[in-house]
Structures are given as C-alpha cells and as structure tokens.
Design a protein around this ligand. Sequence first.
Ligand SMILES: Cc1ncc(COP(=O)(O)O)c(C=O)c1O
Length: 435
Amino acid sequence: MDFLNDPRFKGIEKFEHKIWLSSPTMHGDEQRWVDEAIQTNWVSTVGANIDAVEKAMAEYIGVKYTVGLSCGTSALHLATKLAGERLYGQAKPNAGTLAGHKVFCSDMTFDASINPVAYEDGEAVFIDTEADTWNMDPVALEKAFEIYPDVKVVVVAHLYGTPGKMEEIKKICDKHGALIIEDAAESLGAKYKLGNEWVETGTLGDYNAISFNGNKIITGSAGGLFLTNSKEDADKVRKWSTQSREAAPWYQHEEIGYNYRMSNIIAGVIRGQIPYLDEHIAQKKAIYERYKAGLADLPVKMNPFDAEKSQPNYWLSCMIIDEDAMAPMVRGEQDYLWKHETGKCSPQEILEAIAAFNAEGRPIWKPMHMQPIYRTSPFITAEGNGRGKSNAYIACSGADVGADIFRRGLCLPSDNKMTAEQQDRVIEIILRCFM
Ligand SMILES: Cc1ncc(COP(=O)(O)O)c(C=O)c1O
C-alpha cells in the first residue's frame, strides 16, 4: 500500500531522519574512556574500564559480584552451565551439562534467553505467558512441575523492561527445589518489590545476566554482565570466560573454556553511560506515558505492568489491539497479509505505515514454542500441555496467551532521542491507521 499518498494520512510529513526503535545514546565520556584505554595501551580484555563497569553495576544493582562478558548471551550461557554443573556435575569436554535434562523457559522472549539450554545439551520446555505483565505465567509454571516434576532449572526473562511475577515464580521454584536463571538483559534498572523490599532485576535469580547490546538502555555496542552474590560462581565464570586456564605457569586446562570476556574498549563506552541510566529510564517512561495518553481513544492498550510490585525501565513501549478491533491479518513463516477495515487495524499494517513515514517499530517477540527450531519442544499453558490441543471431535479452548500477544501486539518507536513532536507524529499515524 502507498501510505504516503493514502488520503487517510494527508498532511503528515515523512520523517527526514529515521526514528529508531531504540538506538544508542552517547553523552561524551564514552570517548574519554575509550581514548584513555588506547592511550594507556589497555586494548585488551583487562583494564580499568572493565573494573569500573563491574564495580559501578554491582553497586547500582545491589549484588556482590559482577563479571564483564562479551555479551548478554555469553552471560546467560555461563549462568546456564553453572546451573547444569551444580545439579548434574561436570560434563565431558564434548558434552553439555544439561544432557538428558529438561529446563523450563520463558516462551515470549528473544531466543538468546533460552538458546544456552541447547548449547548445554538440555531440552527447553516453554512456559506460556500471562496477560498482566507479558512474562512467564506462574500458573503455567506450576502446571509444568506437575507434568515434569524432575525439572530443576527455570530460565525467566523480563520482557521489554517489565518485571515478571517473580514473587510467585520464586515461591514455586523454592517449593520444587529449582534454580532460577534470571535474564534481565532488557530490564537493567527496573525494580521489583520482593516482600516489602524494592530490589533491582538482576538480583532475583540464582544466576543473573544483563546485556549492553546496541539497542539496550545502556549500550557498549556489545557486552554483558554475569551477576551473583557468590564469589565462587563469579570466579568460575571469570575462569571459563578466559579459556579456563588453571593456576600453572603455562596454559594448563582441566575444563572446557570460552573466549567470552568483555573488551576494555567496549567497557569504556558502557562506563561513559552508566551515570545516565536513571536519565534514560525517565526518558523512556515519558515516552510510554505519552503513547498511553495519545492512544487513549483507540481500541488498544499499552504493554501492562503491576504498578504495586514493579517499576519497569520502560525500555520498549508496546501496544496491543483489542480483539474486536483487529482487522484480518495472517502471518506465514516469513511473509504476511493484512486487509484494512474501517475502525480496525492490525500490527503489520501499523508497522508498515510507520515504516513508510521512516519510523521503526517491531513485532512482539514471536514465542519460542512457535519457532521452527523449537516446534517439537514441549509447551505448557495454564491449562496444561499446550501441544496437540485441537481435536477433530470435541471443542477445546487451546488458550495460548503468547501467540495471542504476538498476533495483536507490536513494539512502538521508543528511542529516547525522539522529540515530543516526533512522537506526536508517530501517534497521529497510528490514529489514522484506524480510520
Ligand atoms: C531478553 C534478551 N535476552 C538476551 C539477550 C542477549 O543479549 P546480547 O545481545 O547482549 O547477547 C537479549 C538482547 O539482545 C535479550 O533481549
């Protein structure tokens, strides 16, 4: 469709410069710390910037130890390996620590959250999403323990910076003696009320990870952190991330290692932004609230959170279209079709419309249980087994919350450098989409 010449969008100008979903925000000191690393010749995986990032983030998040790594995925991999080794012992060099074991995993997340389960030869069992925070459903998790009582590891992500129902999830995991791997890659700076105490995401699991990927709330272009209160775990991750060298004068190896350590150059970029984390969160919150007000008259809702128990970092603002305002849309494996109906709309139409005006949105993460690579993995909903639910002879509900949010939801341009005027223009485009 030619959105720019569609009468519905008359008078709206195309953005001269692209409005990004979420792009890096530099403040000046990044250059200083990168230059210092180069001038002092610490162009390596050791140096003052890495030390400073580890220290500042440990203080901000409230953990005893952090280990700077090449990315969030490497932090999650080593977290997963730690859990596997603690439960099932050290694996042979050519085998994963989770071989022969299942792991419960958030379903509606980026695949980096849960791929480490496969790196460690484990089998992911996907747990459906709840509608209140768009995160792992504790009811479905409890069902999963009924079906697979032997499972001892749960990987939980906080979607788009909104904390999940961690109090319930922690209770269930404690009851079943399961370890939690917390993927706080998207939620740096988000807070959760555990009992009567506000804590940061990244402290809620037995093993925790954050990411400084190029589109995160703080970015080094890459980089991630493993977070823990256990010195032993921190030391192990530091060792594994630098090729598992033993304490010998030569290179001596008793276990498999990885080249996962953070670069001191990348750490310089991260170090420059850490003082601005709260400012970024405030900007993202203002964007969320502006969308909420601007879209209030449409049959849509913003991505929800529990205001009593959580303070999101508002990394991405998202919206979901009410069921009765959904225009027809079908998605195949790599393509889609939509049809406009007056007063209604679909995520793909909105994404196409804002893209035509040079703004970037994104579909909601396609749930893992729907991904071709994991299509044969178990999937558990609040009702029990989520696979093979349709029946040619009996009516059945087949509720699948994640698939529904993926179908009706989308991520909106959430860049903290977007001006109020620019955001108003994005809002206007969305309003006209429903005409
Ligand atoms: C939920 C989630 N988990 C893990 C990752 C992986 O982090 P990284 O890209 O730093 O490896 C990301 C982002 O990229 C993410 O959004």
